[in-house]
Design a protein. Structure first.
Length: 372
């Protein structure tokens, strides 16, 4: 009996150890139909998938977590499969510090460090699509620090190759670097707020810091980009965000109101005869039932476009505004069906249109908890 008990105890310990270090697999399937293609990318007309994901996570000796995410996108014109994340993240550093190394989402702005399947709308706001290619991920290293204070306060910094921000590959080992801070607190038992400030320094378009596929250096940037590249870039990008949430007793399972606003400013514009770009959005989402929510988002970007006039190329100020209204149903916590209407108005910019999108997502397996 004693030997049998020892065998059982040993088996239980092995089982517990294997569970701690078990490989976690998660899948997100994304499908949509959009009536028209709208300006600044996102989802295209017809049937498609914008962000289907396979993720793998594994604990490493109780010191770090290894994570990888493959993201697939397809529509009626093209398909793409890309390694979006592949990093090691520390889990045992003292003093509230955390280090991430590999390929990961830059910790800037309110939305960039989160996966799009957790968004409240079918596409990222205009300013993200214009200045960050929807979401900016890259190869690099990041450090964050969580302050030991009653009020939430976090600082982070990152250094990246910059190769994923635009169509050229950076010659410099550090093509971009970032700084950000966020802080927040509770307001009574029902409400919470969070504010963030971010900075991105872009060196990829500077002379001697980038090259094309053949290695030739360029001094100007054309607004063509690639699948995840930013079409409108400058030397510096500033971001400010503010989020407020209300739920009865802080429990958002049944009811919640969420207001979010963000502003972006791009200085020292690359490739255009303008000093800066900027953009903003304001969104409100009301979850009125455990399974139902509705929301509206309005935003604008102020840009510059090059046009040919009497045989000469001239730069003109342009802007694009966008209003989205959505209704979302979650029959289970792993599924979402969203109906969304988008209206765009533009000045000196092509591609603006109205569109209706029907969007469906379903998840399987493990996924990290969503942020604030």
């Amino acid at each position: 009996m004693k030997r049998k008990a020892m065998v059982l105890a040993s088996a239980m310990l092995c089982s517990q150890a294997s569970s701690v270090h078990a490989l976690e697999v998660g899948v997100i399937l994304d499908a949509y139909h959009k009536s028209e293609t709208t300006a600044l990318g996102g989802r295209t007309e017809g049937f498609g998938s914008s962000h289907s994901e396979l993720s793998l996570s594994q604990d490493v000796a109780d010191l770090a977590t290894a994570h990888m995410a493959l993201v697939g996108e397809w529509n009626e014109e093209e398909s793409d499969l890309q390694l979006e994340e592949a990093y090691l993240q520390s889990t045992a550093l003292p003093g509230g510090f955390n280090v991430t190394a590999g390929r990961f989402l830059a910790d800037i702005g309110y939305l960039n460090s989160t996966h799009s399947h957790s968004d409240n709308f079918s596409e990222r706001p205009l300013l993200y699509r214009a200045f960050l290619g929807g979401h900016y991920f890259d190869d690099g290293i990041g450090v964050s620090w969580l302050a030991p204070t009653d009020r939430y306060w976090r600082l982070s910094a990152g250094a990246f190759t910059g190769d994923e921000l635009g169509e050229e590959n950076s010659v410099s080992s550090i093509g971009t670097w970032t700084l950000s801070t966020e802080f927040g607190d509770d307001i009574g038992n029902n409400a919470r707020w969070q504010m963030g400030l971010s900075y991105l320094r872009n060196r990829t378009q500077e002379s001697g810091h980038h090259e094309d596929e053949e290695g030739d250096e360029h001094e100007e940037h054309e607004h063509e980009g690639h699948v995840h590249g930013a079409d409108y870039q400058g030397k510096t990008l500033y971001l400010a965000d503010l989020v407020w949430k209300w739920a009865p007793q802080g429990n958002n399972r049944q009811k919640q109101v969420k207001l979010a606003a963000e502003y972006a400013h791009v200085d020292d514009v690359y490739g255009a005869e303008f000093d800066h770009y900027d953009g903003w959005y304001l969104s409100g989402v009301y979850q009125f039932d455990e399974k139902w929510s509705t929301g509206i988002r309005h935003g604008r970007v102020n840009l510059a476009e090059e046009h040919e006039h009497e045989g000469e190329h001239e730069w003109e100020a342009s802007h694009l505004t966008e209003t989205s209204v959505m209704l979302s149903w979650m029959p289970t916590h792993t599924q979402r069906l969203r109906l969304e209407y988008k209206h765009q108005d533009a000045n000196h910019m092509e591609g603006a249109d109205n569109a209706i999108t029907l969007h469906y997502q379903i998840g399987f397996g493990a996924h990290a908890a969503h942020s604030f």
